[in-house]
Write a protein that binds this ligand. Structure first.
Ligand SMILES: *[C@@H]1O[C@H](CO)[C@@H](O)[C@H](O)[C@H]1NC(C)=O
Ligand SMILES: *[C@@H]1O[C@H](CO)[C@@H](O)[C@H](O)[C@H]1NC(C)=O
Length: 142
């Protein structure tokens, strides 16, 4: 987690190498551009047990680079502490939600609002599909 913000958000997807690190990096750029990055603690994680410690997918990194954004994220699992500390835990699709529910059931003090990331999209693109097997425009869509 970076920043010591008064608000905090954790982006969550299946593997934490495509969608959630892209969105984390873009969100960090947006708040930095708005000069409010000190207000925010931002991170991303996976709900699965895969890919611990991996950097984002090469295509995610190059997509971000094309937009002048860098990332140093390493894939990590969501922890019990995450449920207790983050204000917002935003997931990409129903598969992520099932994983989150399974894990949050083991946690007593879940403070985080667990919400669909797409519910904040003004254009109501509710579900963010995994671009892992997709083409460049699927990454762009993310
Ligand atoms: C952010 O700060 C920079 C440098 O002080 C300034 O040029 C820019 O206009 C600010 N952006 C916003 C959205 O306030
Ligand atoms: C990328 O794949 C999507 C389907 O996932 C397809 O609709 C789209 O036309 C493809 N775009 C390119 C540039 O190949």
């Amino acid at each position: 987690m970076t920043g010591v913000g008064s608000k905090s958000v954790l982006f969550v997807c299946l593997c934490n190498i495509c969608r959630s690190p892209i969105i984390e990096a873009v969100f960090r750029k947006l708040v930095t551009d708005e000069n409010v990055s000190d207000n925010w603690a931002i991170d991303s994680s996976t709900v699965s047990d895969w890919n611990m410690g991996w950097p984002p997918h090469q295509r995610a990194v190059s997509y971000l680079r094309n937009h002048g954004i860098s990332t140093a994220h390493k894939a990590r699992h969501i922890t019990r502490e995450d449920f207790a500390t983050f204000d917002y835990i935003l997931y990409m699709n129903e598969i992520n939600l099932r994983g989150l529910n399974r894990k949050s059931n083991q946690v007593k003090n879940c403070k985080g609002k667990i919400e669909l990331f797409g519910s904040y999209d003004p254009q109501k693109q509710l579900i963010i599909e995994d671009p892992y097997y997709g083409n460049d425009s699927d990454f762009e869509l993310v």
